[in-house]
Every structure is written in C-alpha cells, then in structure tokens.
Design a protein around this ligand. Structure first.
Ligand SMILES: Nc1ncnc2c1ncn2[C@@H]1O[C@H](COP(=O)(O)OP(=O)(O)OP(=O)(O)O)[C@@H](O)[C@H]1O
Ligand SMILES: [Mg+2]
Length: 362
C-alpha cells in the first residue's frame, strides 16, 4: 500500500527537503488524485505549502499544518469550512476542495493572479480601495447569520495570559532559557499595574459583547486581492469573538509598519517622543485605516467598538514584542516604541482613536 509509507507530519522537520504532496498526505481524501506539477515551500509558520495544477489542469493550493498545535488549528479551519458550506456560496475565501485530518492537510483552489496585502503594502501599492474592500468583507464576515453553537470560541489573546505570568513571576526554566530581549521586554511590562489592570478591564468589556464569526488572524498577508475583489485566507484561528479583535488585528498591521520605520532615527526612549514619532510615520498609512474603518462601519456609529478596537490593537502591539523577540539579544528602539504605544492604546484608547484612524463617524 502506497500510503502506508506516508511521512508523519510530527516527524517532518521544518527544514530540509519537502516531500512530494503524495508522500505527505492522502491526496485521494482531498478530492484529487495527483499533482501534475507543483512547487513546494515552507511558510513563515513552518507549514508546508504546495501550489500547482491537478490532473485536470485545476489550480491547487495544498497546505499541511505543522508545529504549533496543528490539530487545534486544523479544527478551527475545518469548522470555518463547515460553517460556510452551510451558508452556501458566499465567496469569502478560496474554495475548499478537501481535507486530510490525519495529516493536518487542507486543499484549496489556488486563486489566480492574486496579490496578498502584505506584498502590496511592501511595494507601496496597498491603496485605499484595497482597505475599503477589506473593510467591507470584514463587515460581511461579522454579520454572517447562523453562527451556531458548534463554532469554536476565540481564546483570550495570549498576551493577556503571558502578562499574568510575567506579573506572577516567570517560571525558572523559562527565565533561564529566555533571550536578553525577552527578559528586557518582560521587565518593561512587569511592574506596570496600570497596564495589567487595563488589559483585564478590556477583556471584561469584550466578554458581554455579542460574539460574531471572526477570522482571528486578519493580517495583510491573509487578504488576497485581485483587482477590486478580495478574499480572506488562512482560517486556522477562526472562531466566535468580539468583532473588535479582527478590526484591531488589521489596524495593528499598519501601526506596526509605522513602528518599524522608527528604527532608524531619533533617541531611544520610553516616553511620549517615541509615540509622536510613530504617529508621524503613521500619517501616510492613516488614510488606509480610515478607509477600512469607514467601509466596515457603513455609516453606523459605535463608540464602544472604537474603544475596544483601539485597546485591542494596543494588545497586538504588546504581543508583537513579547512574542516576537524570542532568541534575540537586544530589544530594539522599534520594539520599545511598540511597547510604549501599545501601552497607551490599551490604557487610554479614547485619546488615540482619531489619531490612528478609528475616527468616530457622525
Ligand atoms: N488559495 C490561495 N490561492 C493563492 N494564494 C494563496 C492561497 N491561500 C494562501 N495564499 C498565499 O499563501 C500565503 C501563505 O498562506 P497561509 O497564510 O494560508 O499559510 P501559512 O502557513 O499560515 O503562512 P504564513 O505563516 O506565511 O501565514 C498567503 O499569505 C497568501 O499570500
Ligand atoms: Mg498564514
């Protein structure tokens, strides 16, 4: 039997040769017998992706989840596919063609001629029209009907849990294994009771909000654009949550881009100066946030949603440093700026809503 020789994903390394699709997954379970041609790659999160054409010339995008609890992410992605299949043809994501749960693999139609939002932004070609389309699709997602009780619920953001741990004392082993930059970032937040209190309050204020279907990882690279149309991809963190979480995730992408630009100039500080610098850099990107936000709101007014979205985007900035500096020796100026800005967004969201583009539309 050919498939008895399948390489177990848990044994697969994220480096080295990538097996051929048929060596790694049960292609017949995925609804395709073969790949006529393909190219393979490891992604940023260590997954395997094969793109190519099937036997009948169909375009295929095969992804095998590896590493960080693949089962959980697969369940979320499959919950999404099941959910949308009940809703009919809603054209919100690439068409799902099949799954091989045993090997944590998902097969999709590969969308032709798409550019993901990260590539567009890197090339300075992410326009307001893209932001507008993404805002509209987010709104459509959040207003999808029939969110059944079977949908997974988004866990609290990991930063909230990590902060609790940092406050209560990091376990010795984790401390010993931590890099210089990690320890330094913990030191910045550790005695910050105002921040810890504001995060607790933020999650408490999110709790009673009616939960909606959320993408969970609405980063620019998960927005696939073709001309004026957009699809969202990578639904491995799909689940019911406060809509502010998705808004915050995409807004924080622009904030992080502005933060990164502060790397090259100015003195290193943890005061208002670094916030001002980030906001100056954000000037160029703010119209994109505004376009996304206006399209999302579609004329509605929701001050509570604004505040929660600003504060949650602060949480994402904190998360990007607390979880992004693993293995690094030093905390950079941009990391400190992200921590400083993240903190004030969480603690005083109303003072920053307009500045970051989440304006109140009257
Ligand atoms: N169906 C599709 N058709 C065309 N391109 C796609 C499709 N799905 C995803 N992509 C592209 O492949 C990239 C990686 O896909 P995906 O995010 O699902 O994998 P991943 O393992 O999470 O990768 P990463 O760690 O980079 O997020 C996406 O950012 C997008 O640019
Ligand atoms: Mg992804």
């Amino acid at each position: 039997m050919r498939y008895e020789k399948i390489i177990s994903p848990s044994l697969g390394s994220s480096k080295g040769r990538i097996p051929e699709p048929h060596e790694a997954v049960h292609l017949d379970r995925l609804g395709t017998a073969c790949f006529k041609s393909f190219s393979a790659t490891h992604t940023g999160s260590g997954n395997r992706i094969w793109t190519g054409t099937g036997g009948d010339g169909e375009r295929l995008f095969l992804k095998q989840l590896l590493g960080r609890p693949a089962e959980e992410r697969l369940l979320s992605a499959m919950a999404f596919e099941e959910y949308v299949s009940q809703l009919g043809d809603i054209d919100i994501a690439p068409r799902h063609l099949g799954s091989d749960a045993e090997n944590s693999a998902l097969l999709f139609e590969a969308l032709p001629d798409v550019h993901d939002g990260r590539a567009l932004a890197d090339a300075s070609e992410f326009w307001e029209s893209h932001a507008h389309a993404a805002g509209l699709l987010t709104r459509r997602l959040h207003s999808l009907e029939g969110a059944g009780a079977t949908l997974p619920t988004q866990p609290a953001a990991p930063v909230a849990l990590a902060l609790r741990e940092v406050f209560e004392g990091v376990p010795e082993q984790i401390y010993t294994d931590a890099s210089g930059a990690e320890v330094e970032s913990w030191r910045v937040v550790q005695r910050d009771h105002a921040l810890a209190g504001a995060i607790t309050e933020l999650f408490a204020s999110s709790r009673p909000v009616p939960r909606v279907p959320t993408h969970g990882a609405l980063r620019l690279e998960h927005m696939l654009f073709r001309e004026q149309s957009v699809h969202f991809t990578d639904w491995t963190e799909f689940g019911l949550a406060d809509p502010a979480r998705d808004i915050a995730r995409s807004v924080s992408e622009f904030l992080l881009r502005a933060v990164r630009k502060t790397r090259v100039c100015g003195e290193d500080d943890s005061t208002g100066a670094s916030i001002e610098r980030v906001l100056r850099e954000l000037e160029y990107l703010r119209p994109l946030v505004v376009a996304f936000w206006r399209a999302y709101l579609g004329g509605r007014v929701d001050p509570d949603l604004i505040h929660r979205s600003v504060a949650h985007s602060g949480v994402y900035l904190l998360e990007s440093v607390l979880f992004g500096v693993e293995g690094r020796e030093l905390l950079h100026r941009a990391d400190r700026a992200a921590l400083t800005l993240g903190r004030v967004l969480v603690i005083t969201p109303s003072a920053f809503a307009n500045k970051i583009g989440l304006e109140s539309v009257e």
